[in-house]
Design a protein around this ligand. Structure first.
Ligand SMILES: Cc1ncc(C[n+]2csc(CCOP(=O)(O)OP(=O)(O)O)c2C)c(N)n1
Ligand code: SF4
Ligand SMILES: [Mg+2]
Length: 476
């Protein structure tokens, strides 16, 4: 027995080779943290059920973000709160997989509150391990939806007050009201007896999924000594004496016996049907183009387009990518949103390539478009030697400092203003790109506009702006 308790489950890595630092045998969790014990209970269940090869564990944002260091299973890392949505996709694409969404209370009950509600309500055949430590552990101890009344956190320094922050959300009780879930239980890991009950609950939840019975969730009250500013012993005691009062342990729903297994419709599609469904069966407009005619440094260009939110940088990138696609190339386009909308830089990354694109990220562009000064300040140094910077002199008040790049100054906003709308400054720049580099043709760009511009009545003005940008660069 002692050997069993101390041994490493097979679905757990013995050494955490994915950890970037030299220390490959210790977890990244704080002493006394509950995540480690919960990981072990989960790993043991996966091993005992013999399902490691078809299990996918979803680690979200929070202290469990690095779950993939530990589990020798499939792993997917997802955006904050979105694990139930990703789990839904994974499960529906492969109903025979075992999908386990491993989420903290901030992740599941705050930012992902609606995600979990909807997945549970749909009765998705997934298992959720919900680690409730009554706080945002990873970010230093802010209040979570499950924080107790009176509990001090960095965002409730005087203690959570119901009048101000409302009451702790009881997820098991809340989900019990829905018809979708088949199994809901709450456990803890404070002493051997509760650990054994939690162990059983985890197994029951996974078994429900294996039997195609529907949505299962096990909430586990888990100590966070660092977030709570307690010793590991005090933290355990606090779970037992305080948390359990608000979050009683037990089974809240168990319909595993009564429920009929979900009968997934077996759907197999031919390649042609898939193409048809995705609209890829139609002949795409094709414009002949050869990258050989492009100066080597701009061939298969990696482009970064940056400016204020509202300057149309995303649309410009989209148009370029679409035009590249219409010329028969592989393309990628990824936008970067964020606080930029409030005054920094919004940017997008575009690649147009004769070969497959491994990663859409453009860290070192061969072409940089700077629509405003912060964009030039931020990205100038990243441009590859010999690369091109096109900058909007209407707003960029300095020339690039680099001497190993080419640059095109163009008063895009002023030209757009003369054409009647500041909004087409992006298309003026597109014209400049076309004229200077030839990476896409004007015909392909105009055709692309038909796809990317929603209101077709603006297309003629956009075309005029492209032509103006070309003309400006031709006359430089
Ligand atoms: C979209 C987004 N918003 C906010 C954050 C910052 N953030 C990182 S972890 C976290 C809270 C995690 O708390 P919880 O889910 O309870 O996990 P724990 O660390 O307590 O295990 C937050 C808000 C983020 N990474 N992404
Ligand atoms: S901060 Fe809390 S939840 Fe995160 S590793 Fe440390 S003890 Fe665990
Ligand atoms: Mg938490």
């Amino acid at each position: 027995m002692a050997k069993d308790i101390l041994s490493t489950p097979k679905s757990f890595y013995k050494e955490f080779f994915r950890k970037p630092d030299a220390d490959k045998t210790n977890t990244h969790y704080c002493p006394g943290c509950g995540h480690g014990v919960i990981h072990k209970l989960l790993a043991e269940a996966i091993e005992d059920f013999g399902i490691a090869d078809r299990t996918i564990i979803i680690s979200p944002v929070g202290c469990s973000v690095f779950a993939y260091y530990y589990f020798d299973t499939g792993n997917v890392q997802v955006a904050h709160g979105r694990a139930p949505a990703v789990a839904t996709g994974l499960k529906r694409a492969n109903p025979n997989s075992i999908v386990i969404s491993y989420q903290g209370d901030g992740d599941l009950a705050a930012i992902g509150g609606n995600n979990i509600l909807q997945a549970a309500n749909r009765g998705e055949n997934i298992t959720v391990i919900f680690v409730n430590n009554a706080i945002y552990g990873m970010t230093g101890g802010q209040m979570a939806p499950t924080t107790l009344i009176g509990q001090k956190t960095t965002t409730t320094p005087y203690g959570r007050a119901a009048a101000n922050e409302g009451y702790p959300i009881r997820i098991c009780e809340l989900l019990s009201a829905l018809s979708g879930p088949v199994y809901l239980a709450r456990g803890a890991i404070t002493d051997p007896a509760t650990i054994m009950k939690t162990r059983l609950a985890i197994r029951k939840a996974i078994k429900a999924q294996m039997d195609y019975k529907g949505f299962s969730l096990v909430e586990i009250l888990s100590p966070c000594p660092s977030g709570w500013r307690m010793t590991p012993v005090e933290a355990k005691k606090w779970v037992k004496e305080q948390m359990v009062k608000i979050f009683p342990l037990g089974t809240f729903k168990d319909e595993t016996k009564e429920r009929e297994p979900i009968a997934y419709e077996k759907r197999e599609y031919t390649k042609e049907e898939i193409k048809q469904a995705l609209g890829l069966d139609k002949e795409a407009p094709h414009f002949s183009h050869s990258m050989d005619d492009v100066k080597p440094i701009w061939r298969n260009p990696k482009i970064k387009i940056s400016g204020f939110g509202g300057q149309g940088v995303l649309l410009l990138g989209n148009t370029l990518a679409e035009a590249g696609m219409e010329q028969g190339y592989h393309v990628s386009w990824i936008p970067s949103y964020g606080p930029e909308m409030r005054g920094g830089t919004a940017n997008c990354h575009v690649q147009i390539s004769t070969s497959e694109i491994a990663s859409p990220v453009v860290d070192h562009p061969s072409i940089l478009v700077a629509m405003n000064l912060p964009s030039l300040d931020r990205f100038e140094d990243d441009v590859v030697p010999g690369g091109l910077i096109i900058y909007n002199t209407s707003l960029v008040t300095r020339a690039p400092k680099r001497t190993d790049i080419e640059s095109i100054p163009i008063p895009a906003t002023d030209i757009a203003d003369k054409l009647g709308s500041l909004k087409v400054a992006n298309m003026v720049v597109l014209g400049a790109i076309i004229e200077k580099t030839g990476i896409v043709t004007e015909e392909a760009a105009i055709s692309a506009l038909n796809t990317v511009v929603k209101h077709k009545k603006f297309i003629p003005l956009n075309i005029e702006a492209i032509k103006s940008g070309r003309e400006y660069v031709r006359n430089l």
